[in-house]
Write a protein that binds this ligand. Structure first.
Ligand SMILES: NC(=O)c1ccc[n+]([C@@H]2O[C@H](COP(=O)([O-])OP(=O)(O)OC[C@H]3O[C@@H](n4cnc5c(N)ncnc54)[C@H](O)[C@@H]3O)[C@@H](O)[C@H]2O)c1
Ligand SMILES: O=C[C@H](O)CS(=O)(=O)O
Length: 484
């Protein structure tokens, strides 16, 4: 990757209007050690406006390209991401902390959106509809909206960007993104590869800066921005939605979760344990679709707790770059404090620590993978997203009780359940108030499916053919005067 040091101290520049700009002054820290991994520029409102205006200038020429031309450039970007996967994964692990194997998996996942939408670029079509007049025809066009401004989180530093950027560019939009300042290096490395792939200047822009509200204010108020696409907490999503209202801008929101994971008495318990492990402990539990509450039917409760505890005991905590490590550090001290707060609240109300429950001997932001039993609905962990490696296990008696508990939240992103009775599968799958439901699987994310939530987990979908919907306008043409 030309001009981007992938190892050592990584001094990276922001990417605006096809140029690498800004002095790298803000430290990016390795959460495992506290060491400085690299530095990025601290840009603000002025540069955010420059980026939006560069994207505005680039829009019409980019939209005027043939879909096949846009597809070819996206395909080259995909090929470069895959060719640089190992280096990109190392940068990600160093700034985010996840184990290297998971980082490589995320690069594959991030690249899959670029690959998918490189293909989809050639398939975004409109309609001709049955007419109501003999002298007229009804046409429906799907046209790119224009400039898309995005803000993304630190937990999936690559995939949360490409899941937005790839469909936007594919349909002919141009794109400005502010990544999280905990993990900006991955975003800038992707921009470097996009530049090498030949994405024209102004089509993709990456603005790094500490003053997220100031940058967000530009994104939600600049008249050239048509869509604001946000992935992050529900709290910030609401702020951005309010700000975007002043210009009636479309917002696409991928927000917080509180996923229930239900194990019925007819489940394959070993499969349920395997699903709970991947759903709960992926990315150290710092995932919007993590199992946040595990509900187990009474008759299989003790067996499930024993099996899950045995599996959790096999997790290896350490630096993500170390061979065999499956649990890295949490992103920051406040993440540890939230896990400790949830454990303290639960145990004060009667829950029991079956395994773990405290900071790891490695210190810093390492935490022992934890299992709690005897958890009940009155505990904070039933209402709040823990975002850490802690599995709280609740007991329930009946199917209706489980569904009621699962739906008792303002969130609605992902839910999971394990059962083998086909009637139960359809009853519960249809009754759960979530955008995505994993049935006998703890891993649901793929570029082939529409990812997104309901209620306060947001709206809009990313991935699948529906992933372009946020970035196109529907235009109706009535062509009359056609009478012979
Ligand atoms: N639904 C999804 O697909 C999805 C994916 C990943 C993370 N998340 C959610 O994100 C949260 C964790 O990520 P986080 O801590 O980075 O979230 P966050 O909301 O604190 O930050 C997300 C992004 O918003 C920026 N930001 C913060 N305040 C802002 C403001 N006032 N104006 C403009 N931008 C602002 C941050 O700099 C960051 O880039 C969790 O709630 C998680 O569930 C959801
Ligand atoms: O944290 C949120 C991500 O969207 C999770 S996933 O990688 O898409 O499953």
């Amino acid at each position: 990757m030309d001009g981007f040091p992938m190892t050592g101290l990584i001094d990276a520049q922001a990417y605006i209007d096809g140029a690498f700009v800004g002095s790298p002054t803000v430290d990016v820290l390795d959460p495992a050690t506290g060491e400085v991994v690299g530095r990025v520029p601290d840009l603000g409102a002025a540069e955010a406006r420059s980026a939006v205006e560069a994207a505005q200038r680039a829009f019409k020429p980019w939209a005027a390209k043939l879909p096949k031309e846009r597809a070819a450039i996206l395909r080259r970007w995909f090929d470069l991401i895959i060719a640089n996967k190992d280096e990109l994964a190392l940068v990600m692990t160093r700034e985010q902390g996840k184990p290297l194997a998971e980082a490589k998996g995320e690069i594959d996942y991030a690249a899959s959106f670029v690959e998918f939408y490189a293909e989809e670029a050639k398939r975004v079509s409109g309609d001709t509809l049955p007419t109501h007049r003999t002298d007229a025809r009804i046409l429906v066009l799907r046209q790119p909206v224009g400039v898309v401004a995005a803000i993304t989180p630190w937990n999936f530093p690559a995939a949360m960007i490409t899941r937005k950027c790839a469909p936007a560019l594919a349909v002919g939009c141009t794109f400005v993104v502010k990544p999280a300042m905990e993990t900006p290096l991955t975003a800038l490395a992707l921009a470097r590869l996009a530049h090498e792939a030949g994405i024209p200047k102004g089509v993709l822009n990456v603005v790094t800066g500490e003053d997220a509200p100031a940058i967000g204010e530009v994104f939600t108020s600049h008249p050239a921005v048509r869509v604001v696409s946000f992935t992050g907490s529900t709290e910030v999503g609401k702020i951005l939605m309010r700000q975007a209202a002043s210009g009636v801008k479309r917002v696409a929101l991928e927000l917080g979760g509180n996923a229930p994971f239900i194990v019925f008495d007819d489940a394959d318990l070993d499969a349920a344990v395997e699903g709970a492990m991947v759903s709960k402990y992926r990315n150290m539990g710092q995932t919007c679709v993590c199992a946040n509450r595990i509900y187990v039917q009474s008759s299989v409760y003790d067996a499930f707790v024993d099996k899950l505890t045995a599996a959790v005991g096999k997790l290896k905590v350490g630096r993500g770059t170390e061979e065999g490590v499956t649990q890295g550090p949490l992103i920051a001290p406040d993440a540890i404090e939230k896990v400790e707060r949830h454990i303290a609240d639960a145990t004060a109300k009667g829950a029991k620590v079956v395994l773990g429950g405290k900071r790891h001997a490695l210190g810093g932001t390492f935490f022992e993978p934890t299992v709690l039993s005897g958890v009940t609905q009155d505990m904070a962990v039933a209402r709040e997203e823990t975002f850490g490696p802690m599995a709280p296990i609740f007991r329930f008696e009946t199917e209706d009780e489980a569904v009621g508990y699962a739906n008792d939240t303002e969130f609605g992103l992902a839910a999971y359940f394990y059962a083998r009775d086909v009637g139960r599968i359809f009853r519960v799958g249809e009754a759960l108030e979530y955008g995505m439901v994993g049935i006998n699987s703890g891993l649901i994310s793929t570029e082939l499916a529409p990812f997104g939530g309901v209620k306060e987990s947001g709206h809009g979908r990313e991935g699948s053919q529906r992933g372009v919907d946020e970035f196109v306008d529907i235009k109706y043409l009535l062509v009359a005067g056609l009478a012979g």
